[in-house]
Ligand binder design. Structure first.
Ligand code: ADP
Length: 216
């Protein structure tokens, strides 16, 4: 059976990361968060990592070349299933991704759009806590860790991301509306929508149904 590649699209705070964590618990599929890959790269001590940190902090997109370079091995890997969460994020990245996949005789099988209304995002983003060690996501009200401030998975202290504040969120929402949203049209033939306001187990069931029914 050929391996699948899927894309997750959604506004910041749409619960893409949380759903990916849930999927990874139950299904043998690699969930790759473009943001996590960039934050890992940003931890290094290089000029490139400093630039990444600054760009993320401003709520802007890093260059298309950079994110494609960082995800290159995963894009080219045909031995496992992948979900790309947060990549591609504009038409240029999607076109380049298509080019690379085509040259590999590969393709994107499905694009999942997690749809949430913008008025829910601030509460979600301000309450979000993340583990800088294993990248697990929590929310102080909706998905609290067992012990306050501590990651259930690895015991590390949880942090608030620097870009999870009201001012930068506005820029991230604008970037989504001006650039990423165009991908809904671009991928219209393989697009599935999940209501981001549903409970996590309901979203997982809908996802599983889509995934199980993807053709060869
Ligand atoms: P969210 O989806 O909540 O905005 P992410 O963790 O996916 O958070 O992304 C955080 C930041 O990382 C983005 O605001 C952007 O600066 C950068 N980033 C993530 N994915 C991409 C991408 N595909 N292209 C360029 N920059 C990206």
């Amino acid at each position: 059976m050929s391996k699948k590649k899927l894309i997750f699209l959604g506004l910041p705070g749409a619960s893409k990361g949380t759903l990916c964590n849930e999927i990874a618990k139950h299904i043998n599929i690699n969930t790759i968060s473009a943001g996590d890959c960039l934050r890992e790269e940003a931890k290094k001590d290089t000029i490139r990592s400093q630039q990444i940190k600054e760009t993320i902090g401003q709520g802007k997109l890093v260059s298309d070349e950079l994110i494609i370079d960082i995800l290159n091995d995963k894009i080219n890997d045909k031995t496992q299933d992948y979900i790309f969460d947060g990549f591609p994020r504009n038409i240029a990245q999607a076109t380049k991704l298509d080019e690379v996949l085509k040259s590999n005789n590969d393709k994107i099988d499905a694009v999942i759009y997690l749809n949430v209304s913008e008025d829910k995002l601030l509460e979600r983003i301000l309450g979000r806590r993340v583990c800088p060690n294993c990248n697990s996501n929590y929310h102080i009200s909706f998905l609290p860790p067992q012990k306050e401030g501590i990651c259930d998975k690895c015991g590390n202290d949880l942090i608030t991301r620097k870009d999870d504040n009201e001012i930068i969120l506005k820029d991230r929402i604008n970037t989504f509306n001006n650039e990423t949203k165009l991908l809904l049209d671009y991928y219209q033939d393989i697009l599935y929508e999940i209501d981001g306001a549903l409970e996590l187990d309901e979203k997982f069931e809908i996802f599983k149904n889509i995934y199980d029914n993807l053709g060869e």
